[in-house]
Design a protein around this ligand. Sequence first.
Ligand SMILES: C[S@@+](CC[C@H](N)C(=O)[O-])C[C@H]1O[C@@H](n2cnc3c(N)ncnc32)[C@H](O)[C@@H]1O
Length: 274
Amino acid sequence: MTLSLPEFNYVRRLVLDQSAIVLEEDKGYLVESRLLPLARREGIASINLLVQKLQAEPFSGLHRLAVEAMTTNETSFFRDFHPFEALKKFVLPDLITRRAAERALSVWCAASSSGQEPYSLAMLIRENFPQLVSWKIRILATDLSTDILARAREGRYSQLEVNRGLPASLLVKYFEKRGCDWYLRDEIRSMVNYQIVNLAGAWPFLPPVDIVMIRNVLIYFGVESKKEILAKVQRVLRPDGYLFLGGAETTFSINDSFERVQFERATCYRLRKT
Ligand SMILES: C[S@@+](CC[C@H](N)C(=O)[O-])C[C@H]1O[C@@H](n2cnc3c(N)ncnc32)[C@H](O)[C@@H]1O
């Protein structure tokens, strides 16, 4: 490893404090491979000098960039398929009945990365629930990373990205090809609002939501952080709302207020009735 143990431990502590992401002792290679491009971009000659600069200076944009560099932004359209089938067949029809008087629905995609998840949901709504056109639909997508949210807002995807999970019919209907990339049309892009929210920090005021999707992010956190975050989700989710986690995540033995609900091959969680 190029970094000394104290330098490596400094990065681990910084990332834990600022994002709740736990970097295990054997993740030296990961830290180095993620910090190297940042050092290059900033014109710093080595990752040792980068870390020494971080250690010496008060918290700044560089610290934020170092933390963001350690996040994993892996995502895809309609990721895991089954949760989106459950949304289409069970969850949205149920909520549409429950909210018929309000004519409003709100979804929060926490840790939305480059936008494939909230945009999949927006396309799913537009395709399958034409009656919602006159409803107030609020899709809020948040993430820790400023750069990744800027990408999401832009709605520009490479050929490789649109090849992952996006049906061809939706590609031709909702995207426009310019040069090598595909741009999401405003009709879908404008359905999603973006905001920076660090799940590990103080949350801004979030109005109660019907669906929370917080997928493939809790896996990076320790148990105490998961407990704190799910306790806050519990307060934001409406009592009859739905929570979706990633395939490797669960509320089990972390927050007993949630119960598991199975829809065909999809799992989601609802607040137990008290
Ligand atoms: C693996 S992606 C998951 C994207 C999407 N939810 C999905 O399942 O495809 C994880 C995302 O979590 C974000 N993230 C990591 N720590 C975070 C934190 N403390 N607060 C908010 N977002 C965070 C990362 O920036 C990254 O975009």
